[in-house]
Design a protein around this ligand. Structure first.
Ligand code: NBP
Length: 501
């Protein structure tokens, strides 16, 4: 009888759950599948008859058909659905059974569930999974956190299904206790927002300076052969070369029309273009993990300006009608004739600025890891995080290899930019970054991620900052006190007898 029991259950047969279940089954595990709406689970099983999938209609049947300790991977919508499903499962499980949440849950929810389930003797893992549908099916990056004993019990499955790099190195690793896994995944997404924005800004700047879509694709393709190689650059090349669809889906267009108004939709677009990209509305959506990352930056006092630029750019993009209106009112204040043109762009320098901006985005993300590790007592392993990102996930890039090396040399590095193996990237990139920010500024093209990268860099290298003025102002209007450079202690100065408060 026990030979027929399943190794693991996957609950939730939407895009991610179905593809992960198939991936696990590919690796010779017997997978029990379940979906609240049974028809979707039936469809998943019928579409894949050759796979090692066993469908169960009720949670009772599902649980009864699992090997012990039972292993249940929840792949349902993040939020209330996870709590509801755990609540339904709890009476059916025994001490030592393992629940894993592979969705994009907020790390604090994961921490709470981890602690609550510990009281019931249930082992809990919050599992960050990156790579979208294709990653789930062929090999995602996996970032589990929570019970270490539970991780040890499922590590062989994660290792088998994860993306592999080099000579079969698995892109998965235990990240730490409680919500550590979901935290690592959350910040991954924050870095993803930044990297996407950096690429979009290069596209926008090149386009404004007269480059065609195909020329921009060639630029990214050439960069991708060297140190700038990354998944996001690769897909950018494909996107730039994609021709327009012959039959746009009318129902989708109607939906967008109700958001922004038909008159505004195509303003600024090249309506004659043969390329799909030129017909895509310039409003980008977001699902929340980028926002959570930035909220954590605020909470833990970490400068995430490039990551925040990526998020803000999406918020600003949603203001389409306002932007169209403002474009007619606000002067650019530039001599457009001189400011724009291919002669203003040096592609090699642009590539150097790109690499440095990407490095600074990683530096900000990893600075958040460092603060979080201390604040939440996780003992995060930064080298292992970088290693996990090398395959399967959206931010996989060649730059992760020197990042790993930097943390290998010094696991407690203060800031990635201070690692000596980035001296070349920094010395080649910094002047290029300055020129890029000036060129874009003189052309009136917004490149907030690059501008933030430069401001972060210069703020970081300022041995004496402007904060003495802020402290003086605070003491002036609010008697908030200040410290001195020449002696210890806290001081207040009577700046002006008429000062209120
Ligand atoms: P969705 O996030 O769209 O969730 C749909 C699934 O949740 C369906 O199976 C649905 O069942 C189930 N569900 C809901 Br909604 N409420 C439920 C409840 N109360 N009890 C039981 N099941 C419930 O699915 P997804 O896009 O596959 O993503 C799954 C998770 O993975 C999410 O947390 C997502 O953020 C994360 N993720 C997604 C991606 C991606 O590229 N899509 C990448 C990485 C991570 P039903 O069929 O009965 O409605």
């Amino acid at each position: 009888m026990s030979n027929n029991l399943c190794d693991i259950a996957v609950l939730g047969m939407a895009v991610m759950g179905k593809n992960l279940a198939l991936n696990i089954a590919d690796n010779d595990y017997k997978v029990a599948i379940y979906n609240r709406t049974t028809s979707k689970a039936i469809a998943a099983a019928e579409e894949n008859p050759e796979q090692n999938l066993s469908l169960f209609v009720t949670l009772e049947e599902l649980v009864a058909n699992l090997k012990r300790p039972r292993k249940l991977l929840l792949m349902v919508k993040a939020g209330a659905a996870v709590d509801k499903l755990i609540e339904s499962l709890l009476p059916l499980l025994d001490e030592g059974d393992i629940i894993m949440d592979g969705g994009n849950s907020h790390f604090q929810d994961t921490q709470r569930r981890f602690e609550e389930l510990q009281q019931h003797g249930i082992q809990y893992l919050g599992v960050g999974v990156s790579g979208g549908e294709e990653g789930a099916r062929r090999g995602p990056a996996i970032m589990p956190g929570g019970s270490k004993a539970a991780y040890d019990a499922v590590a062989d499955i994660f290792e088998a299904i994860s993306a592999k790099v080099n000579d079969n190195e698995a892109c998965e690793a235990y990240m730490g206790s409680g919500g550590a896994g979901h935290y690592v995944k959350m910040v991954h997404n924050g870095i993803e927002y930044a990297d996407m924005e950096i690429i979009a800004e290069i596209y926008s700047l090149l386009k404004a300076n007269g480059y065609s879509n195909l020329e921009i694709a060639d630029v990214f393709e050439n960069w991708d052969k060297g140190d700038l190689s990354s998944y996001l650059s690769e897909i950018t090349v494909d996107i730039l070369r994609e021709k327009d669809l012959e039959n746009p889906e009318d129902d989708l267009l109607d939906d967008i029309e109700s958001q922004v108004g038909a008159d505004y939709r195509a303003v600024g677009a090249d309506n004659e273009s043969e390329f799909l990209l030129d017909h895509i509305l310039d409003i980008s959506e977001q699902k929340g993990t980028g926002k959570w990352t930035n909220q954590e930056g605020l909470e833990l006092h970490v400068d995430l300006s490039i990551l925040y630029s990526g998020l803000n750019a999406r918020y600003m993009s949603a203001e389409k009608t306002l932007r169209v209106k403002a474009s007619e009112i606000l002067p650019a204040g530039v001599d457009a004739e001189n400011a724009l043109g291919k002669q203003n762009i040096d592609i090699e320098e642009l590539g150097n600025a790109f690499l440095l901006a990407r490095l600074i985005a990683y530096a900000q993300g990893f600075a958040l890891y460092k603060s979080a590790s201390k604040a939440y007592g996780w003992d995060l392993d930064y080298k292992s995080i970088a290693a996990t990102f090398r395959g399967g996930c959206i931010i996989r890039s060649k730059l992760l290899v020197p990042i790993m090396e930097a943390y290998d040399k010094n696991p407690d590095l203060d800031n990635l930019l201070l690692a000596d193996n980035f001296e070349a990237e920094i010395s080649q990139g910094i002047t290029a970054l300055r020129k890029l920010v000036s060129t874009a500024s003189l052309a009136g093209v917004a490149i907030p991620a690059f501008s933030s990268a430069l401001a972060y860099y210069d703020s970081l290298r300022a041995a004496r900052s402007q904060a003495n003025m802020i402290s003086a102002q605070r003491d002036y209007f609010g008697a908030h006190t200040y410290r001195r450079t020449d002696r210890d202690g806290v001081y207040h100065h009577e700046w002006n007898d008429e000062t209120a408060e």
